[in-house]
Design a protein around this ligand. Sequence first.
Ligand code: PLP
Length: 402
Amino acid sequence: MYDINQVREDFPILSRQIYNRPLVYLDNGATTQKPRCVVEAMVDEYYNVNANVHRGVHFLSQKATDLHEASRETVRRFINARSTNEILFTRGTTESINLLAFSFGEAFIKQGDEIIVSTMEHHSNIVPWQMVCERKGAVLRVIPMTDEGILCMDEYKSLLSERTKLVCCAHVSNVMGTVNPVREVIAEAHKHDIPVLIDGAQSTPHFKVDMQELDCDFFAFSGHKIYAPTGVGVLYGKEAWLEQLPPYQGGGEMIKNVSFEKTTYNELPYKFEAGTPDYVATHALAVALDYVSALGMDNIYQHEQMLTRYAREQMAQIPDMKFFGPSHDAVISFQVGNIHHLDMGTLLDRLGIAVRTGHHCAEPLMHRLGIEGTVRASFGLYNTREEVDALVAGIRRVAQMF
Ligand code: PLP
């Protein structure tokens, strides 16, 4: 494992006080804090390198382009994709999924086709598909789950048919911490030659993901959830699929030749990257990925598993504690008695403890669970057992007030 105290020193924000109490930041599922090296990489690039990428012959433009393209290679290595042609830079998971929904929808979805999602998807892996279905007259089908927050695999298998054109599934539930059996999800779909998109927003920060091992066709994740800046994310796609998809947006970068009669498109990955990319953020993403790689994704996983198990054990001893889902990984959703999630979150905040409350952008999941919202504590690589103790003491204190 790693030295947690030393790691915490890499994150300046962790030493600040909130309402005169030490910050206990347990909202990592929403976004993570940034290590000094990531922020400094951005400042350094703006101070010393800044120039637009890809179109300059001058020194700075070439230097910025080198950093940007080196980042693509860092991402490729990090997720073990075959080629940098398979790494598309986007603004985040949401844009990655919207890109795919538009392009895949244009090329492959027609009236009567079906797209499968699961009950526990984030809105960003539901709404873009609903929009495609509306546009094309296709049908959205939903994999059900058990009361415990586990996908019903038999029902999933029976949903697959010749009408199914795509399966879209979260790797890890942002609400319940369920780690879905995505390898099985993918293998079953592939038996019918159906491609699969995995939403990796909540898996990539917590354990090693390997595109060649998973064999998914598409995979999306956000930089800001893995210690990188906001505004940058990735869509991975197998080259054979990306070659067949039309561009998402038109503009500079994505073209080979433009005339008023006919425009031809650039090669991969640029065909999908219209306009000036956030090249400072892509560079900083690579710095963040190098940072977590140096700590070791397996070490991060062990540390967060330890924290999650410890927190579940301690919280289970609080009277009237109810958990939602299995918390396989770094996420615990709960309610205590009939204390409203918003009250719990607001009062914890006064103790310096940052958690998230509400539907967590998963309203269909809330409907399935028969609730309006939960309180969610989510862990990152810098959280400690003492912070779990502070959370547990905070919940007890709030419960006593009611
Ligand atoms: N998918 C999941 C599972 C998420 O948890 C989130 C964000 O919370 C998203 C997608 C959307 O990510 P972003 O807002 O970074 O695009």
